[in-house]
Design a protein around this ligand. Sequence first.
Ligand code: PAF
Length: 280
Amino acid sequence: MKTLNTKKEVSALADSWHAEGLRIAIVPTMGFLHEGHLSLIRKARAKADRIIVSIFVNPTQFAPNEDFAAYPRNEKADLALCEAEGADLVFLPTPDEMYAPDASVGFTETKLSKVMCGKSRPTHFQGVLLVVNKLFNITRADIGVFGMKDAQQLAVIRRMVRDLDMALEIVPAPIVREPDGLAMSSRNVYLSPAERRNALCLRRALDLAEAAWRSGDTSTAPLLDAMRGLIEKTPGAGIDYITAVDADTLEEVEVLRRNTLVALAVKFGKTRLIDNTLLK
Ligand code: PAF
């Protein structure tokens, strides 16, 4: 496995792979890798000949009041995990390498990024689209793999690829959960033991959605009320949003149907957790 720090070296290697007719997948990450990320690498392995994992805590997707500086990092462990999963290349740029000091071009997505997480993180998805687009360009990727825990991110990236006629395939990968049901996230390390226990309310609320869907109970309003009730009685839990939307357009739905995304964001102290279920 190679590790490279410069855009130029990564693009040169990717060009040489393309010259050999190999398909390249990029797995963009912010590091502090867990089983969820590793499942993305495995997914990439099944679809492509060469796997590039990027590890970059992207400053442009954090607002000044957010956790950019505190975001957990462990480069040594990350590299060992990438190697064990058979990644071909890890791209580890610095912010100065990624962004020119006078960079002045960005992204504006005007619909999907304005709802759900976009309401409390109004600049977040612009930063995500900017860095993901740059990573696609630098790595010459044919395939980009993204986890479904960040379902809104996935929808926004798919929209960018569609609207800008980008020639790469976006591959979603299922949410990976801890044995007790908590969705894996690098931010779970911020939780105190009590918060960690109480954070299971997210999964329990989503269980209500899955149970309603299974029993043919498709009215959204009573479901969202029940989910809200469950979370409100959990100590320390502060609801940011609970919603049922179409997974592609992120428009709210009044009646549950196939491809409805039931999603929520809940804060425990300063830690904001997201989770969702896609009704199939
Ligand atoms: O999902 C993430 O970890 C980040 O938003 C991503 C896609 C790596 C862009 O920085």
